[in-house]
Design a protein around this ligand. Structure first.
Ligand code: PXP
Length: 256
């Protein structure tokens, strides 16, 4: 069972900053705090419409994470513009996500099956520049197989449906969790590194962290929201403790 890393997504620090159109609060400062609090890496999504993270933020975050020796995970749409930016900044990792202008947040995973011919050369170009490539997909066996076929090294499983089902007590959360487990096992057996994220909070992190094939969680919105009440450092420390507690309990269960 692999160790479990935490990537902190700081997009919504930029959302708050942009509400005023000025420079406060600074996402790089949040990234510093996150790393001090135990984040293993920083994730940022440069959207086509620049609604939160800006180009200047990516320059600053790339420099900061390099200085601190931590990975920057650059979330990007599969467009020529984002490919050029990724190749210019050379982050440790790039996570390919679907993007629609009118969506509130990343809705659903990338259709890797349907976009094979577009994605395969993009993945090859990014990998050729030394960038570790991940694709953000629904826990669907066809998408996971397609992720392997386009040459991605990592799949990030979309946990949004599971987390929403838990929050809304909709009754299908066990089935959705089972789907995540099966997808993680499939991806691992194909030799893909498995990440997960979207919508994770203190309530849902335990079950996701207990899935043994998952190596990294990427968490943003909830942590930035929780920072309003307890501070970012404490929110991250608590998230880490819950992740580690769930993983250790699972290790003990397997060993018993
Ligand atoms: N992973 C990916 C690929 C995402 O697009 C997002 C949201 O931007 C996250 C993780 C984090 O989701 P959340 O902000 O809901 O924690």
């Amino acid at each position: 069972m692999s160790a479990l890393r935490l990537g902190v997504n700081i997009d919504h620090v930029a959302t708050i900053r942009n509400a005023r159109g000025e420079s406060y609060p600074d996402p790089s400062r949040a990234a510093e705090v996150a790393m001090l609090a135990g984040a293993d890496g920083i994730t940022a999504h440069l959207r086509e419409d620049r609604r939160h993270i800006s180009d200047a933020d990516i320059v600053a975050l790339a420099a900061l994470t390099r200085k601190r020796g931590r990975p920057l995970n650059f979330e990007m749409a599969a467009t020529d513009e984002m490919e050029a930016l990724a190749l210019a900044h050379r982050p440790h990792a790039a996570c390919l996500v679907p993007e629609r202008r009118d969506e509130v947040t990343t809705e659903g995973g990338l259709d890797v099956v349907g976009q094979h011919n577009r994605l395969a050369p993009l993945v090859a170009n990014l990998r050729g520049a030394g960038i570790r490539v991940s694709v953000f997909v629904e826990p669907d066996p066809r998408q996971i197989l397609a992720a392997k076929e386009v040459g991605a090294q990592v799949v990030e499983l979309h946990t949004g449906a599971y987390c929403l089902a838990v929050r809304e007590q909709s009754g299908d959360s066990e089935e959705l969790l089972g789907r995540l487990r099966r997808a993680a096992e499939q991806a691992h057996s194909l030799g893909l590194e498995v990440h997960a994220g979207h919508g994770i909070d203190f309530e849902t992190v335990g079950e996701v962290a207990a899935i043994p094939w998952i190596a990294e969680l990427n968490i943003g919105h909830f942590l930035i929201g929780e920072a309003i009440f307890t501070g970012l450092e404490q929110a991250i420390r608590r998230m880490r403790a819950l992740m580690e507690g769930a993983r250790m309990a699972r290790v003990a269960e397997v060993a018993a």
